[in-house]
Design a protein around this ligand. Structure first.
Ligand code: HEM
Ligand code: HEM
Length: 276
């Protein structure tokens, strides 16, 4: 793989920034806010930032770059599709629970729903994400879609996936800022006086942006893309399930350009399409 060490540095940064973001939001709700609970009140609201940042930001980011991990290139494409789709499904589930928490909280407190730009962009992003997931399953996982359709849809799939991820990050930033304005008022220390909580949560926002930036960089480097082979197996495997052999190809050296070229000859084009 070209620039293998650089890839590892980006991946390590992504993991560090992602784990730190989740840790920061956890400390925020437990230490500075009212903790967690399911009682219609603020502890229930707090599930909203915690689950959405864990699922819709962190796990979604990992799901997006999972095909790019060079040590998975010896695994069958089918297995990688299951992992990609499975992580996105977990992310969507957490996002939905997080939305149930905030809607439930609003209804319990008789606060109007869907009045803010945050809620408009956020709900749209989650709905599009669900749609992307269903279409992804139908086009790439189930064996019915013809190769021509898979090929035609892939640029749209990639573009809309990255757009939704970016919109999720923007929504999280709006949500964080809104919450700080609501919570840090004259009754406590106002946001404008930069209390400790405000600084801490502003740092959380910076971590989320940095995480998004690293994920988008990894996902848009053409030379870090999964090589175009392994496809022949995919169609054969669909319906067969997967076994030990799905990650067994000892002759593949993922950190060698020559090995990548060997695995990725131009004549593989047809096969590559069939893996999509
Ligand atoms: C409300 C989505 C992140 C804070 C909402 C609502 C939606 C939503 C749809 C409307 C609920 C209603 O009207 O009853 C999202 C999405 C996020 C996200 C998709 C993805 C990243 C966050 C984060 C925070 C946050 C990180 C930080 C605490 C709030 C607040 C409200 C809210 C304070 C209530 C005020 C309002 O409706 O704008 N969110 N949210 N959100 N969210 Fe988020
Ligand atoms: C690739 C997003 C669901 C199959 C991608 C890429 C993105 C993405 C951004 C480009 C990755 C890269 O260039 O390395 C999403 C999102 C989803 C989703 C946001 C859910 C909401 C699915 C599902 C499947 C699927 C359910 C079904 C298996 C694929 C395939 C690729 C791909 C086959 C091509 C990977 C490659 O050849 O390198 N997806 N995806 N996706 N996705 Fe998804």
């Amino acid at each position: 793989m070209e620039g293998y060490k650089l890839f590892l540095a980006f991946l390590a940064s992504a993991l560090l920034l992602g784990v730190l973001s989740v840790a920061f939001v956890l400390v925020w709700v437990l230490n500075y806010r009212e903790g967690l609970g399911w009682n219609g009140d603020l502890p229930e609201f707090n599930w909203h930032p915690l689950l959405i940042i864990t699922g819709f930001v962190f796990i979604q980011g990992i799901a997006i770059i999972v095909y790019r991990l060079p040590w998975t290139w010896k695994c069958s494409k089918f297995l990688m599709k299951l992992i990609h789709a499975g992580l996105h499904t977990v992310a969507l589930t957490l996002a939905i629970i997080s939305l149930v928490a905030v809607f439930d909280f609003h209804n319990f407190k008789k606060i109007p729903n869907m009045y803010s730009l945050h809620s408009w962009i956020g709900l749209t992003a989650v709905i599009l994400y669900a749609l992307q997931l269903v279409l992804g399953y139908m086009v790439y996982l189930l064996p019915f879609a013809p190769t021509s359709l898979r090929t035609a849809v892939m640029p749209i799939h990639t573009y809309s996936g990255l757009l939704i991820f970016g919109a999720g990050i923007a929504t999280a930033l709006m949500g964080i800022t809104e919450k700080l304005f609501f919570a840090l008022t004259e009754k406590t220390v106002p946001y404008s006086q930069s209390p400790k909580e405000a600084i801490f949560v502003n740092v959380l926002g910076v971590l989320i942006v940095a995480y998004g930036a690293v994920i988008l960089w990894i996902a848009t480097r053409p030379h870090w893309k999964r090589p175009l082979e392994h496809v022949f197996v995919t169609h054969q495997r669909i319906g067969e399930g997967f076994g030990e052999d799905d990650c067994h190809s000892p002759d593949l050296e993922f950190n060698s350009d020559a090995a990548a070229r060997k695995r990725n000859p131009k004549s593989d084009e047809t096969g590559q399409r069939s893996t999509m």
